[in-house]
Ligand binder design. Structure first.
Ligand code: TGC
Ligand code: FAD
Length: 393
């Protein structure tokens, strides 16, 4: 069996690689080699252990996956959004938790500082975050406010030259690994504002959530802020209102659109190669019509995902990408990847439920990806509002 040819065909049925620039191809290949060497051989074990493999952080920084689209002055490489997308694709081919780590560091925490921070805040944080010396998290969701973040109850009250922040955030990726938390809270006038909260400050606590049956390679936490006092200079000065955190979500959702392609690709390749060697009733199961029907359906879904990601990237590059367009692709790609991973699990039969293989790990992770950064239903309603001009939340 020619594994290389089969894999290449499955991963890129329409030869989209012909559209990549040399730089984009180099970036993709570098991350791919890293994931093949350092992640995939251990992913099942790390996932079972339920810990983020923190020893990878310096290597990820060296690969340039933290803030790659930012200017060099802030530690970035000024890469195109397409190169960024390909990085996310290759990371999530390894595990959604790995991509999630990078998404939160880059698309949420660093983007919030870059877009809404003062020059001093950018200089203080961004170069060190790009090097992985400072890890950030992004606290928007609360125990009682997820899909509707406008209902948040975390408060930042002015007291002299400080803000005093109290509240709780739940399901926060990288929360107990982070040195700085971007915390969203309402000020005394009820306006949503962003704050850079060093996590060692008195009154700040981050507790790991250990009960996850999904995203087990990702660190997920609950944050408690009990009268955490920060100087006013720790507020993100350009962030006024809910539009600021929602704009950050657009960046991270864009990364998810690409990342899910990687997870789907890996599940599809694994199932296809398995089908070519696994025999039942005297023939490889790849020679059974029902299995071929599944594989062709999965391949078609993957191709749709790739085309959406690619065109969204072009819109981003051209400066015309709208957030409803991102919602359309996040909604589609997260759900399609989940369906592909589930079908891959089925083709693997009993082996499909073991983390010795990848399918069940991707499938379980993708349940989170389908939910976080806006659920399938919320993205349906965002696109519905955009198409029809009626909010139906
Ligand atoms: P709404 O009136 O729609 O919006 C308020 C203002 O914000 C603007 N806006 C956006 N801007 C940029 N990007 C977006 N995606 C935006 N969505 C809205 C909007 O134009 C408006 O601006 P302005 O100037 O008119 O004031 O606000 P709403 O309260 O009606 O809420 C709308 C809704 C439901 C769509 C929004 O709340 C939403 O997206 N909910 C989902 C919440 C969510 O996705 N949470 C994710 C938390 S972070 C996370 O999950 C990280 S996972 C880790 C990883 O990424 O790996
Ligand atoms: P709810 O809002 O309670 O929704 C429950 C159900 O109701 C969903 O099916 C939803 O689609 C449905 N629903 C809600 N409103 C409507 C409506 N109007 N019409 C129809 N159906 C509706 N958040 C952060 O801020 N930072 C992070 O780093 C982060 N990381 C995460 C990591 C993991 C592993 C997970 C699981 C979540 C993470 N989240 C994070 C939170 C995530 O964004 C939320 O879980 C998500 O937005 C959904 O919110 P919720 O869980 O409160 O569900």
């Amino acid at each position: 069996m020619d594994i290389q040819n089969t894999t290449e065909k499955l991963e890129d049925f329409y030869q989209l690689q012909d559209l990549w620039t040399e730089e984009e191809t180099d970036v993709k290949n570098a991350v791919r080699r890293f994931v093949d060497r350092e992640v995939i051989p251990h992913a099942g074990e790390w996932w079972q252990q339920g810990e983020f493999p923190a020893h990878l952080i310096p290597m990820l920084a060296e690969l340039g996956v933290f803030g790659p689209t930012l200017p060099e002055a802030y530690g970035g490489s000024g890469l195109s959004p397409l190169a960024y997308g390909l990085m996310m694709q290759e990371l999530e081919r390894g595990d959604s938790g790995l991509r999630s780590f990078a998404s939160v560091q880059s698309g949420l925490a660093m983007h919030a500082i870059y877009r809404y921070g003062s020059e001093e805040q950018k200089q203080e944080y961004l170069p060190r975050m790009a090097k992985g010396e400072i890890i950030g998290c992004f606290g928007l969701t609360e125990p009682d406010a997820g899909s509707d973040p406008a209902a948040m109850i975390t408060r930042a009250s002015e007291e002299g030259d400080s803000y005093v922040i109290s509240g709780a955030k739940r399901w926060i990726t990288n929360g107990h690994l982070a040195q700085v938390a971007v915390v969203w809270a309402k000020d005394d006038a009820g306006i949503v504002r962003g704050f850079l909260v060093p996590t060692q400050l008195p009154g700040f606590h981050a507790t790991p959530i250990h009960t996850k049956a999904s995203m087990r390679m990702s660190a997920t936490s609950e944050l408690y802020l009990d009268r955490v006092r920060v100087p006013k200079s720790f507020q993100l000065p350009e962030a006024h209102g809910l539009g600021a955190p929602l704009n950050c979500l657009t960046q991270a959702r864009y990364g998810i659109v690409w990342g899910t392609v990687g997870a789907a690709m890996d599940a599809l390749v694994e199932a296809s190669l398995y089908a070519k060697t696994r025999t039942a009733f005297g023939r490889p199961i790849a020679a059974k019509q029902l299995v071929q029907s599944h594989i062709v359906g999965m391949e078609t879904r993957l191709l749709n995902m790739q085309l959406m990601a690619r065109q969204l990237g072009q819109l981003y590059l051209g400066g015309t990408m709208r957030y409803a367009q991102v919602s359309m692709a996040k909604r589609h790609n997260a759900r399609a990847a989940l369906e592909i991973a589930r079908m891959a699990r089925e083709i693997l039969g009993g082996n499909g439920i073991s983390t010795d293989y990848h399918a069940i790990r991707h499938m379980a992770n993708l349940e989170t990806v389908d939910t976080y950064e806006g659920t399938y239903e919320i993205h349906t309603l965002i696109v519905g509002r955009d198409l029809l001009g009626e909010a139906a939340f």
